[in-house]
Design a protein. Structure first.
Length: 218
């Protein structure tokens, strides 16, 4: 009986410690997410990425900290205008965090979409020399993200961006890309309706869809 009581106490202590750890994790994640929304410069985004990296070290079983570190670094790379070497540095760091997230959570549509987003960033550094190799890779990666989850609006709007860029390059119409924009907006609407109030899961990308919608006149 005594051993049974001790076992119950130990289990209760473990449960309490685990709950406290989860609360600290969620609090830290929400803090960094808010800072990422407010970040305006590559330097501020780098700081946010560092924060997510620290959370990743504390919670190595969670894929979201590395996912968001990769997203922050990718966004930093896109915000740099002229320095190609610096852009590449950010995209390379973003890729490393995305691979870490993928190692934790395989066949994850959100991570695949992010990996494609990073490839788009690498492509944007030098489209003339990288287009032939990286454009198919980006399309393939977004295709995989959509295959894994056809309800993922980020995968679809990023595919729309690639399709629009390809259509402009080859002098074709935007119909296919604009159709994807419309589909993504419906999915963003559906996602918002079903979201938990304090979800840590990715919700970004609607601003991209709304901006593309203006060009498509949907």
């Amino acid at each position: 009986m005594k051993k049974y009581c001790i076992a119950i106490i130990v289990m209760m202590l473990i449960s309490m410690i685990s709950e406290a750890s989860n609360e600290a994790y969620e609090k830290a994640m929400h803090k960094e997410l808010q800072q990422m929304k407010a970040a305006k410069s590559p330097e501020e985004l780098q700081k946010v990425a560092n924060g997510f990296a620290r959370i990743s070290e504390m919670m190595p079983e969670e894929w979201l900290p590395d996912y968001y570190a990769a997203l922050a670094l990718a966004n930093a790379g896109f915000r740099i205008q002229e320095d190609k070497k610096e852009k590449d540095r950010y995209f390379h760091a973003a890729k490393q965090h995305a691979e870490k997230a993928a190692a934790i959570s395989g066949n994850n549509s959100e991570i695949e979409a992010l990996k494609g987003y990073i490839v788009m960033g690498e492509l944007s550094v030098d489209p003339n020399s990288r287009g032939q190799s990286l454009s198919p890779l980006a399309l393939q990666t977004f295709g995989k993200a959509i295959e894994l989850n056809r309800q993922n609006p980020r995968a679809i709007i990023l595919m729309a961006q690639m399709e629009l860029g390809m259509a402009q390059f080859f002098g074709q119409g935007p119909e296919k890309a604009c159709g994807l924009v419309g589909s993504s907006l419906e999915l963003f609407k559906k996602e918002e309706a079903g979201q938990a109030e304090n979800t840590l899961l990715p919700t970004w990308g609607k601003d991209i869809a709304l901006k593309m919608k203006e060009n498509c006149q949907l």
